[in-house]
Design a binder for this molecule. Structure first.
Ligand SMILES: Nc1ncnc2c1ncn2[C@@H]1O[C@H](COP(=O)(O)OP(=O)(O)O)[C@@H](O)[C@H]1O
Ligand SMILES: [Mg+2]
Length: 361
């Protein structure tokens, strides 16, 4: 999606990916290698002017190697801080940004101590490499501890207090080298089993938007950040707690492709290439559906006017994000009527998920 946004700007792309079927492959030259292959990284560096990433599990050594050879954004520090949930939470706390209580866990007795301090319910998570709810277990009662330790104890862990949030949201921001910052409207998100399923921008009030912009502004300044940054929040009694950060374009910002003057992908490229930033204003009411495990039947769904289809061309696998669709409409009632028709047609838990995005808080 980043390359699709960059080609009209006249940019040329090289991709490093271990898969021969990398979905960006047809849009540039694919250097097929492991992300940790420093020789491949250096070979690619010799062919490019600017490097970036859209996936935060790029090994820090590869990022440093690229950054020593070429302009590299966002900075390696931001990447490293966001790769480890413990570093991430400690940084947030040092910047006086509210987060749930947390404790590092590296042993069975350490888990007991952490539960003693934080209480239950709590969420045990692997510190690194988790995504889409993978590598985390909800602990409701003491009987849940041993199975959770059996499942995750091989890795360094963090225990977080469970946040009884009323809703989840995320803010996508972009900052360029001179330090100009732009924000898209806060996006309200609904997850199922830890996986993002629905996103709806522009429905949360000015107070939450201001809180989120203040928080994200601090982080951008801290890293002297260049590019797109996404921050996920829990909304708890009208206040925001940061859940996690992603130093990259983000799934909850995919709607910007179809309902914003400038998409997150285009603005990320503009920021890292020194091109003036584009307008982040919403152009329409919008709601994004994520397609997980299998693509639904497109021909039927596209009868819905205003639905934009994005198939990533990936091989289906259980739990894998294969595409998304964004419904746009001129007004809120048209949007929600159309979204309800789609949710009814899809069945399952979609109508219930959609109901979660109806309110304004
Ligand atoms: N401490 C928590 N309290 C309540 N819900 C949580 C907590 N941590 C995670 N979740 C739920 O699980 C989802 C995925 O967790 P997250 O930490 O964002 O990991 P991932 O990297 O998998 O997105 C969150 O969006 C939220 O719905
Ligand atoms: Mg998350």
């Amino acid at each position: 999606m980043m390359a699709l946004a960059g080609i009209p700007l006249g940019l040329n792309f090289r991709f490093l990916d271990p898969s021969a079927h990398a979905c960006a492959g047809p849009l540039g030259k694919l250097h097929r290698a492991e992300f940790s292959d420093l020789l491949a990284v250096q070979a690619m560096a010799s062919e490019i002017d600017v490097a970036t990433f859209d996936f935060e599990n790029v090994p820090a050594d590869s990022a440093r190697s690229l950054a020593s050879a070429r302009t590299f954004h966002p900075c390696v520090n931001a990447l490293e801080d966001c790769q480890d949930r413990l570093l991430e939470k400690r940084l947030l706390r040092s910047l006086a940004i509210p987060v749930a209580e947390f404790q590092p866990v590296s042993s069975r007795t350490g888990l007991l101590d952490a539960v003693e301090k934080i209480g239950l319910p709590a969420v045990l998570k692997i510190r690194r490499l988790g995504y889409d709810g993978k590598g985390q277990v909800l602990l409701n009662q003491h009987e849940d501890l041993e199975p959770a330790w059996q499942a995750l104890g091989q890795s360094d862990l963090i225990l977080e207090a469970f946040v009884p949030f009323t809703a989840e949201c995320s803010l996508i921001a972009v900052r360029n080298e001179p330090g100009e910052v732009r924000f898209w409207p806060l996006t309200k998100n609904a997850h199922g089993n830890g996986v993002l399923l629905l996103s709806r921008p522009g429905v949360l009030g000015a107070d939450l938007q201001a809180q989120a912009e203040d928080t994200v502004g601090k982080l951008l300044a801290h890293w002297d950040y260049v590019g797109v940054l996404a921050v996920e929040f829990f909304i708890l009694q009208g206040r925001l707690l940061v859940n996690e950060m992603a130093p990259r374009v983000h799934n909850s910002g995919h709607w910007t492709l179809d309902a914003s003057v400038t998409s997150q992908f285009e603005n990320h490229l503009r920021a890292i290439c020194g091109i003036p930033l584009g307008d982040t204003t919403m152009t329409d009411h919008a709601l994004m559906f994520n397609w997980i495990s299998e693509m639904p039947e497109m021909r039927h769904l596209l009868l819905e006017q205003g639905l934009h289809w994005h198939d990533y061309g990936k091989n289906p696998r259980p739990g894998r994000k294969l595409g998304h669709a964004t419904l746009v409409a001129r007004n809120e009632s048209d949007l929600m009527r159309g979204a309800a028709r789609i949710a009814q047609g899809l069945g399952g838990r979609w109508p219930e998920l959609l109901a979660r995005l109806d309110g304004r808080s």
